[in-house]
Ligand binder design. Structure first.
Ligand SMILES: [Zn+2]
Length: 117
């Protein structure tokens, strides 16, 4: 009988590195059982993670309140709750620009390289 490799990380080479690390840690926590990792990959593919960038450069892995990149596609810590905030495309662009500017200023002040991760 041929043995099929069902390891979730080896079978999903397209996943980003931080998420692979996350999966390997979960697998280790479950005593080497990787069934859980397949579920987490499904969650990831469905966009059910927050993925906001935290200070320190890591991404938030809490559940988004509402899946996807929509207005509530963040966890409760990162703006996923509540009904206030910009509704129109113009308003969203304004807060997005302001937030990018804040991050740029923060990086400059702390002498952090602004490239991804
Ligand atoms: Zn979050």
């Amino acid at each position: 009988m041929t043995k099929i490799d069902l390891h979730p990380v080896r079978n999903n080479p397209d996943l980003p590195d931080f998420f692979k690390t996350h999966l390997l840690k979960r697998i280790e926590e479950h005593g080497g059982n990787y069934g859980i990792a397949w579920k987490l990959i499904t969650r990831y593919r469905e966009g059910r993670y927050c993925l906001a960038r935290k200070s320190g450069g890591r991404l938030c892995l809490f559940s988004a309140k509402v899946p996807g990149d929509g207005p509530r596609g963040r966890c409760g810590w990162h703006g996923g709750t509540g009904r206030s905030g910009p509704k129109t495309a113009g308003g969203k662009k304004r807060i997005g620009d302001a937030q990018r500017l804040r991050w740029a200023r923060y990086r400059q002040e702390n002498d952090i390289n602004g490239t991804d991760n």
